[in-house]
Design a protein around this ligand. Sequence first.
Ligand code: 5GP
Length: 211
Amino acid sequence: MKTGKLIIFSGFSGTGKGTIMNELLTRYPDEFCLSVSATTRSPREGEKEGVAYFFKNRDEFEKMISQDAFLEYAEYVGNYYGTPKEYVEQKLNSGKNVFLEIEMQGAMKVKEKLPQTVLVFILPPSVKTLVQRLRDRGTNSEDNIRQRMLQAKSEAENMDKYDYFVINDSLDKCIEDVRGIVDGNIPGDLPDKNFLDNIRTELEGLLKGDL
Ligand code: 5GP
């Protein structure tokens, strides 16, 4: 049987990675599955054990590290996050494509271990739209939005390391683009280097003044 593909999604906070993955899982349940990570951060309201994450304390997490239970793990904003190895290997061997939604350090570690991994970076149509989306959620303070944009700026400096970039503007188009990438029919209209440069310039300009 053909082995599945490992596909990593990263992107600035608020770009809708979760929505895109959920839509792909709903439309193609036989082809894709999602790896659930372990973390030492506390559950947020509504997050269920084994669905959002496997919630662990630091001792439990470190025990898993010593048992070599992770495909990768990273420390991010003071907490551990890691991808349990067994689930991913089992699903890939059964022919399913597996999604990981992880941050950049982890993505780079996986790519090093498994070079055939496909790294996809989800971009907003513009930084202005991203800030607007975060404001529209109504749950983020201006200070929190600024923090997220600062984080986005540092991620933008390294985003060239990704294999493909997809703009989350229309959900259908986005799904089509990811499908194409997974199937090896790379869409001809994915964002180019200029688009990435514009995003970086926009982020810098925005962080210099009021958002
Ligand atoms: P949050 O706390 O908002 O759920 O996640 C914070 C960051 O950790 C996000 O960028 C998310 O993609 C990343 N993340 C979630 N799970 C993993 C994981 O297993 N490994 C790594 N390296 N990052 C992860």
